[in-house]
Write a protein that binds this ligand. Structure first.
Ligand SMILES: [Zn+2]
Ligand SMILES: [Zn+2]
Length: 265
């Protein structure tokens, strides 16, 4: 008995998605952990955010949970595949015809759009009525590691995965741009959980690129949920008054400086 051509196409697409998502996660989580947390742990010791390191058992649990997330990402990816097959996603091919300048612009827009989507869905998942079902797994990593990047409950993984088909329905975006977007996402995500402050500070001890979230920024979210919901950029937390009050002081300390307070008389 053979599968119908449609079913075969879906199965093949799911397996392809799975191999991309899995290799992207595994490659970056392992690379960031190996380079930052193992090989450079001595030269970076002063930039370590916590006194302790996550236990091996935590890393294994995070990796196993992330495999489930990757499977959910691949399954939700079939929605975009279906929409394109039935002609409801003309934007993907249209975006390619617009050339590289639209490619760059759509990548920037997609990252900005995802940052807003993440801030608000993440903040909603911290509502006590949603937290248990959506977001508890991620916060079981009180002291996170690069492997925490995809350590999600099933519902959180579905919400995160839904962004790509929603975005592609609204904005003409080619598949190569989606690939670059995912690459940027996993790099920022694994580094944000690595436990060492890697972002540079200026002379006053503030983040040199203040509009970006730093490792300290997200690490504080794991230490004290209720602050710092942002993913790539710090502006949503600043606009909404949810930036941790000690964020800049902690960042300065992690980068080996003391914050120069402008108000000091
Ligand atoms: Zn959270
Ligand atoms: Zn996190």
């Amino acid at each position: 008995m053979s599968l119908s051509p449609t079913l075969t196409a879906y199965a093949q697409h799911w397996v392809t998605n799975l191999s991309y998502d899995l290799s992207r996660y595994a490659m970056f989580a392992i690379a960031v952990w190996l380079v930052i947390c193992v090989l450079l742990r001595v030269p970076l010791a002063r930039r370590k955010l916590r006194d302790t390191s996550p236990a091996a058992r935590q890393l294994i649990t995070e990796f196993a949970t992330s495999l489930r997330t990757v499977a959910i990402f691949s399954t939700v990816g079939l929605i975009a595949f279906t929409l394109e097959r039935v002609g409801m996603l003309p934007g993907a091919a249209f975006a390619l015809r617009l050339g590289w300048s639209w490619g760059v612009a759509s990548l920037i827009l997609m990252i900005l759009g995802h940052d807003a989507y993440f801030y608000w869905t993440h903040r909603a998942m911290h509502d006590p009525r949603l937290f248990r079902a959506f977001h508890r797994r991620h916060h079981r990593s009180h002291n996170p590691s690069p492997f925490s990047a995809y350590s999600f409950d099933v519902a959180e993984a579905a919400v995160m995965a839904a962004f790509v088909p929603i975005w592609m329905l609204l904005v003409p975006t080619s598949w190569p741009v989606v690939g670059l977007f995912m690459l940027h996402q996993i790099v920022r995500n694994t580094i944000g959980h690595c436990g060492y402050e890697l972002f540079p500070a200026n002379a006053e001890g503030r983040p040199l690129l203040g509009f970006l979230t730093t490792v300290t920024h997200h690490d504080l979210h794991h230490a004290q949920a209720g602050w710092n919901y942002g993913l790539y950029f710090s502006w949503w937390d600043r606009w909404m008054g949810t930036e941790h009050p000690e964020y800049l002081t902690r960042f300065a300390a992690a980068s080996g400086r003391r914050l120069e307070l402008q108000s000091a008389a």
